[in-house]
Design a protein. Structure first.
Length: 287
């Protein structure tokens, strides 16, 4: 917002000071001589002119808002609000740090639960081979399984065949995503349908039986999701901090300019020694 001021000066009188000395000491009675003396005795004082120019140190609210929208606190620094600049800047640093730290924790926990699932032995991990064997046994299907034990479990089963069988089974709500995909790791720790793939499953035909490894794995995934949620919240906080800092920078700059305008008017009306001014009238308008 630009602010211009039109100054209408009603009137300004300057009161001149005359030295109070006795006429007896200064006047001789000679008109020509006395006139010269009187002219020398009159000491007129010049009033300082009012400054009609806009102050060079006015601040731009738009510029301040842009500064803080990019770097929170910089607009406040521009407007001279140093404590606010420190607060918004510190908050920005804290939120960025939190977003990075919790995202890294989420990545670390994700790597942990993926390794836990993929470490397939007789006493650990989740195996698509065990899952396919359970389907063949209890759902009367015939999914082909590669007998080579040296291969990884996900290399021993045809995913296309497995998914086709899953679609045929009544009560199955999902088809297993391919190994390595995010949905793969989510499904095996979320839906009871995939319980038989865990090494310690002993529910027989009841795939609703939840083993301890299933529960532990689900807990690891939950921890990872919590870390990611906290990181996301910090990122949202960063956007909010930018927005609020931009608004505050605009407001702070407007207030700075208002205070500056008052100061300029006060400076303009200060009286010189033995000089008196009548006040000038300002008409202010905003664009």
């Amino acid at each position: 917002m630009l602010k211009n001021s039109l100054l209408f000066t009603l009137f300004i009188f300057t009161v001149l000071s005359f030295p109070q000395q006795s006429d007896e000491n200064n006047l001789s009675g000679n008109l020509a001589y006395d006139s010269k003396i009187l002219l020398q005795e009159y000491k007129s004082l010049e009033a300082q002119p009012l400054n009609l120019q806009q102050p060079s140190d006015r601040k731009s609210p738009i510029l301040a808002g842009l500064f803080s929208a990019i770097i929170p606190g910089s607009g406040e620094l521009y407007a001279g609000e140093y404590w606010k600049a420190v607060i918004f800047g510190a908050l920005e640093a804290g939120l960025i740090t939190a977003a990075i730290v919790y995202n890294n924790k989420g990545d670390s926990k994700t790597e942990e639960f993926e390794n836990y699932a993929d470490n397939v032995t007789d006493n650990s991990g989740w195996s698509v081979v065990r899952y396919a064997q359970w389907i063949n046994q209890y759902k009367d299907k015939n999914i082909q399984i590669d007998p080579d034990p040296n291969k990884k479990p996900w290399q021993r089963v045809s995913w296309e065949e497995l998914n086709n069988v899953e679609r045929e089974i009544q009560g199955f709500s999902h088809t297993l995503a391919r190994h390595g995909e995010q949905q793969y790791y989510e499904m095996i720790g979320k839906y009871h349908q995939f319980s038989p793939g865990w090494w310690d499953f002993n529910g027989g035909s009841n795939n609703s039986d939840i083993s301890q490894s299933f529960k532990y794995y689900s807990g690891l995934r939950g921890d990872a999701n919590n870390f990611y949620n906290m990181s996301t919240a910090a990122v949202i906080g960063i956007y909010i901090n930018h927005f609020l800092s931009a608004l505050d920078a605009v407001w702070s700059t407007v207030q700075f300019n208002k205070n500056l305008a008052v100061k300029v008017r006060m400076d303009s009306y200060q009286l010189s020694d033995k000089t008196e001014f009548f006040p000038a009238v300002y008409l202010n308008y905003n664009l």
